[in-house]
Design a protein around this ligand. Structure first.
Ligand code: NAD
Length: 499
């Protein structure tokens, strides 16, 4: 999905997607510039790691207060730079505050040094485990949730004791610059978050520039490139990539609730949501009613940047081409339109489109559309819905609607994806202690929660000898019988008496 960037070779001019209004002009970071920033971040990372849990927590809480107090400024910037309605930007900022708070207040509990039980062979050893910061984390972000998404990496990486170099999307540079300043307001000695500015080539320079870990959020295509670029140095990666999320609706589901969630999940943010609803599998008994209910809700939604707009314009200039290709192909192959159609797709705005009977192997069902379109197909039962939902290379998230909770929960357990909402959409995002991420082509690793803190660390195992055993197993002075006796005892323990 890498775009025609709004830039020349030395300056990046960030413009509002619909009006073209200039939001900010930034110097593009050269390759040498990226290296210098990483060097500065390394100094910051040592200083930050040495501050210890309690001081880091105090600093992060100060950054959180800055964000909270200046939230409306950030909301306005998000609205202007990437186009989403202010109220949706407010949700994003609110969620981000909760995550920053959780990361800051739980880091020591999750990552702090702890004793672990010794083994039978090592009763004389005191064993302990700690999670050490990796050092400098390169965070590469997308534009669609330009606050929530990078904070999911930045807050957790900082709380774990790392410094961050952040490459915001070229379509959200002013927002990235604002976020870096917010974090750095809590640290006058060294910047905690430094940004490098530019398009994909600057992201590539960051990924291969000597950072200790890359945390990337963006398309699966770019994720693959980053994985390959990091392979020679074995630089670890966290990849939060694309999705083709499904909603499963059982015969006894609350149709209104499901329709409400589907409409918001599919059309809010102009469908430019990694966990957006792109496919719906509805039990055949309620399929027609569900399509009608979603269409009723969607028919009054209008895109734009005016006060009444339900969602914004397409942020990327070429987004409409992908949507047109998917919708046209589906219709040519027999899909029906329950709302809108090809005519709904304008150059920079797209009105809601609902398709039904879409062939399962068509691009509209297989590729990420990333627009305000949804396919609602009919299925025999919830089992078929699960099978179809799972027949995707992606595996980010899904939702299941139904009143028979044991049946719905059983279906949720069989879904091949990282996150599931039952009788709602996306609510896992609001639970900071839950990890966020997907399987398959949706990515590698997790942000958020305890797993998201550990993602930015390396475990370190330490044993300390408390007393010497009469027989040392790791000595050339070990008696000849020791190995036999030891293995005999352990065979009895692990193999059973006849083993
Ligand atoms: P993108 O892959 O085009 O760009 C993402 C970032 O990567 C940008 O900052 C870009 O400049 C940078 N980049 C591009 N090429 C690079 C390279 N070779 N090396 C390093 N960096 C490079 O994605 P996008 O259009 O910004 O975002 C939309 C995509 O992100 C969608 O696929 C969406 O599903 C996904 N997304 C996923 C999540 C998640 O949590 N899983 C969240 C938000 C968005």
């Amino acid at each position: 999905m890498s775009p025609t960037a709004p830039q020349d070779t030395t300056w990046l001019h960030s413009r509002a997607p619909l009006s073209g209004e200039l939001v900010g002009t930034f110097p593009i970071t050269s390759e040498e510039g990226v290296s210098e920033v990483i060097d500065r971040a390394r100094l910051a990372s040592r200083w930050w790691a040495d501050l210890g849990w309690s001081t880091r927590r105090t600093r992060l809480m100060a950054a959180k207060r800055y964000l909270a107090r200046h939230a409306e400024e950030l909301v306005d910037l998000v609205h202007r730079e990437m186009g989403k309605p202010r109220d949706d930007a407010r949700l994003e900022v609110a969620l981000s505050l909760e995550h920053l708070h959780w990361a800051a207040t739980n880091a020591e509990r999750v990552l702090g040094e702890r004793r672990v039980p010794g083994g039978l062979l090592t009763i004389n050893q005191r064993a302990s485990l700690s999670y050490e910061p990796v050092g400098v984390v390169g965070v590469i972000g997308p534009w669609n949730y330009p606050v929530f998404t990078p904070i999911g990496s930045i807050a957790y990486a900082l709380a774990a004791g790392n410094a961050v170099v952040f490459k915001p999307s070229e379509f959200a540079t002013a927002i990235g610059d604002w976020l870096a300043r917010a974090f750095n307001s809590a640290s006058t000695e060294h910047p905690l978050v430094q940004i490098v500015i530019g398009a994909g080539n600057v992201g590539a320079a960051l990924a291969t520039g000597g950072v200790d870990l890359v945390s990337f959020t963006g398309s699966s295509a770019t994720g693959r490139r980053i994985l390959a670029a990091c392979a020679p140095t074995m630089t670890p990666v966290v990849l939060e990539c694309g999705g083709k999320d499904a909603v499963l609706v059982d015969a006894d589901a609350d149709i209104d609730a499901a329709a409400d969630a589907i409409a918001y999940g599919a059309f809010s943010n102009a469908g430019q949501t990694c966990v957006g609803v792109e496919r719906v599998y509805a039990h055949r008994d309620i399929h027609a009613d569900l399509v009608t209910a979603v269409a009723l809700r969607a028919q009054t939604l209008r895109p734009g940047t005016h006060g009444e707009a339900a969602y914004g314009p397409m942020t990327l200039p070429q987004a409409s081409d992908t949507i047109r290709r998917h919708v046209t192909d589906a219709i040519n192959r027999g899909a029906h339109t329950a709302l809108g159609g090809v005519a709904s797709i304008k150059e920079r705005t797209v009105e809601p489109i609902i398709l039904t009977d879409v062939p399962e192997d068509s691009p509209a069902m297989v590729e990420e559309t990333f627009g305000p379109t949804v396919a609602i197909n009919s299925v025999r039962d919830l089992d078929e819905a699960v099978d179809r939902a799972n027949a995707s290379g992606y595996g980010l998230a899904a939702s299941v609607f139904g009143r028979d909770i044991p049946r719905v929960e059983a279906a949720a357990r069989r879904l091949r994806c990282g996150m599931v909402s039952i009788n709602s959409w996306v609510m896992y995002a609001g639970v900071p202690s839950l990890p966020w991420g997907g399987v398959g082509e949706s990515g590698i690793g997790r942000i958020h929660g305890a797993d998201g803190l550990r993602a930015f660390t390396q475990p370190r195992s330490v044993v300390r000898q408390r007393f010497a055993l009469p027989v040392s197993l790791t000595s050339f002075d070990r008696p000849a019988w020791a190995g036999k006796v030891l293995l005999g005892a352990l065979r009895a323990r692990h193999g059973g008496w006849r083993g």
